[in-house]
Design a protein around this ligand. Structure first.
Ligand SMILES: [Ca+2]
Length: 481
C-alpha cells in the first residue's frame, strides 16, 4: 500500500491531477478478440491497488511487420488492439540489435557498454578447454549481479515477478524474479531460456496461473513475456501457414508472416486474461521488440558466405531494419491513447516503469521517464538518441570497445552510423557487406537509408559524432572516410 501511495504521489507530481487524466476518453478498441469494447471492459475493472506491469518482448521482428504499422499482408489484430489503447511510439529503437544485449538493456536500463553484456556468447576459442569456456559463461552471467534490474527493484518493494521466454542471465532468480521457467546455465539448454522457451509456443498457461496466484495473494505483479516468437525456428501452425501461402510469395516469407500472426495470437490470450480478471486498468503493458528481422528468401542473391535466415541490413546491424521497433505503453484510464512521433528507446522502459510504480530511478540511467510526455504531453528534454552494435561473440568480457562494430546517433531527421574494426567471428558475414565509412542518412526522407549524405554534411557528422562521445567517451577511432 505504501508503494501505491508513493506511486500516486509521483503521478500527481508531474501530471497535475490524476483524476483529470483518468477522464481522458479512450480510443475505440479496434478488433477485440474477447468481443468486448475497451470502454465496456473498463466499466467492470478493479482500479484499486498498485499498478501491475507486463512486458511483452517480441523476438526478431521488423518494425514494419504489424497491422497497425500498415504492413501489406501481416495481420496482427491483437497487437492492433493494444496499439489502439496505448501511447504508441512508431519511432522506437533498441540500443543494441541483438537478443541478449538488448534484453539486458531493457531489464537494467543501461547501454551494453555499461552493463557489459555486449554479445550473445563469449568468443569460442579452440584453445579453451570446456571448463574454461564454461567459466567465461559464468563470468558473463555474473555481470547481472552487480546491477539493479526491474524485477530486483519491484521485488524489493513487494511485487511478485515471473520470468518466461528468452532469458540469458542464468537462473530466473539471478535477475531478481521471484518465479520463473528458466533454470539457466549450466542446466541443459540453459544458454538462453531452456524451459522458458516453451512459453507462447505451447500456450501461456504458466502466466495465467501466476497472475491468478498473485491476485489471490493480493500481490502486485511483474510479468516478463519474452517468447521465442516470431524468432526461428519458423514453425507456424498449418492453418496460419496456409493463410499466408500464395504462388507469388516465397515460402520463407509465408512462414515468417505466419509466425508474426502466431505471436500476435499469444499476445491476445495474455491481454484477454487481463481483461477477464478485471486487471486491465491497473496494469501497465509495455510492448517492445529486442531487435529487427528482414526475412531472407531463396530469391535473394546473398552469396555463399551468407548462412543465416535474415537478410542484410537487419538483425545485428545499426540500420533501421536492425534497431527500430514500435514501443507501446498501455495503461487505460491513466495513459491516454496517442500516436506519437517522438523517437524513444527501450532504455526508457526502466525509468518509466520505476515512475509508474512509485520507485526512484538512479541518476546515471541514460533513458527517460516517458510518463510526463504520455500523460500530459510534456515534451522530452532530449536532443538525440544513441546506440551501438557489437560482434555476436564477445572478444573481451572486460573491454566492450574491443567487440564494437558500429555506433549510431539519431538527432531529428539525421542518423549517423560510425563503423569500427572488431575481431572476426562466425557472424562477420553480416557486417562484411556493409559500408565501413561514416554514413549519414535523412531517415525521415530516406527511411530505407539508401543515400549516404556524410560527404555533403560534414558539420552534421561532426555534431552527431560529438553526441556519441558525450554518451560514451571512446578512444578507439571509427573507420575513416
Ligand atoms: Ca532477437
Amino acid at each position: 500500500m505504501f508503494q501505491w501511495i508513493l506511486a500516486v504521489a509521483a503521478m500527481i507530481c508531474f501530471s497535475g491531477t490524476l483524476a483529470a487524466v483518468a477522464k481522458e476518453p479512450a480510443k475505440p478498441s479496434g478488433s477485440v478478440t474477447s468481443g468486448e469494447s475497451l470502454s465496456t471492459i473498463l466499466e467492470t475493472q478493479d482500479t484499486t491497488g498498485p499498478v501491475n506491469v507486463v512486458m511483452i518482448v517480441s523476438d526478431d521482428q521488423a518494425w514494419t511487420d504489424y497491422g497497425f504499422m500498415k504492413h501489406h499482408a501481416i495481420q496482427t489484430p491483437n497487437l492492433d488492439r493494444l496499439a489502439a489503447r496505448s501511447a504508441l511510439f512508431r519511432r522506437g529503437y533498441t540500443p543494441t540489435p541483438l537478443c541478449r544485449p538488448s534484453l539486458m538493456s531493457m531489464i537494467t536500463g543501461h547501454y551494453a557498454h555499461r552493463h557489459g553484456v555486449t554479445g550473445n556468447d563469449p568468443r569460442q576459442d579452440k584453445s579453451l578447454m570446456p571448463e574454461e569456456y564454461a567459466a567465461l559463461r559464468e563470468q558473463l552471467i555474473s555481470k547481472i549481479d552487480a546491477i539493479p534490474t526491474i524485477p530486483k527493484r519491484l521485488t524489493d518493494s513487494g511485487y511478485v515477478s515471473l520470468q518466461t521466454g528468452k532469458w540469458w542471465e542464468g537462473n530466473f532468480s539471478q535477475g531478481g524474479f521471484t518465479d520463473g521457467m528458466t533454470r539457466g546455465f549450466p542446466q541443459p539448454g540453459g544458454r538462453h531460456g531452456d524451459d522458458g522457451l516453451d512459453i507462447g509456443r505451447k500456450g501461456i498457461g504458466r502466466i495465467r496461473e501466476f497472475i491468478d496466484s498473485a491476485v489471490a495473494g493480493q500481490k502486485p505483479f511483474f510479468v516478463w513475456y519474452a517468447p521465442i516468437l516470431p524468432h526461428t525456428p519458423h514453425t507456424p501452425p498449418q492453418r496460419l501457414l496456409e493463410k499466408y501461402q500464395s504462388p507469388d510469395r516465397p515460402i520463407e516469407l509465408a512462414r515468417y508472416f505466419a509466425m508474426c500472426e502466431w505471436f500476435d495470437e499469444t499476445c491476445g490470450e495474455l491481454l484477454n486474461h487481463l481483461d477477464e480478471r478485471k486487471l486491465t486498468s491497473r496494469t501497465l503493458v509495455v510492448y517492445v521488440t529486442d531487435n529487427g528481422w528482414i526475412q531472407a528468401t531463396s530469391e535473394m542473391k546473398l552469396g555463399k558466405e551468407w548462412n543465416h535466415g535474415f537478410a542484410p541490413r537487419s538483425k545485428q546491424t545499426s540500420y533501421e531494419g536492425g534497431i527500430r521497433t514500435p514501443i507501446m505503453f498501455s495503461w487505460p484510464g491513466t495513459i491516454p491513447p496517442a500516436d506519437l512521433q517522438t523517437p524513444v528507446t527501450t532504455l526508457d522502459v526502466f525509468p518509466t516503469i520505476m515512475a509508474a510504480t512509485g520507485l526512484s530511478a538512479a541518476d546515471d540511467l541514460p533513458g527517460s521517464n516517458l510518463l510526463p510526455l504520455m500523460i500530459e504531453q510534456r515534451p522530452l528534454n532530449r536532443r538525440f538518441l544513441c546506440g551501438e552494435s557489437y560482434s555476436h561473440d564477445i572478444a573481451d568480457l572486460d573491454q566492450p570497445e574491443v567487440s564494437l562494430i558500429t555506433r549510431w546517433c539519431i538527432e531529428g531527421r539525421w542518423k549517423l552510423i560510425l563503423t569500427y574494426d572488431a575481431p572476426e567471428d562466425r557472424y562477420s558475414f553480416v557486417h562484411a557487406v556493409n559500408e565501413k565509412r561514416p554514413q549519414l542518412f535523412d531517415v525521415l526522407a530516406d527511411p530505407a537509408e539508401k543515400q549516404n549524405l556524410a560527404d555533403s554534411h560534414p558539420d552534421v557528422v561532426k555534431r552527431l559524432s560529438e553526441n556519441l562521445q558525450s554518451v560514451w567517451k571512446l578512444d578507439k577511432s571509427p573507420i575513416a572516410q
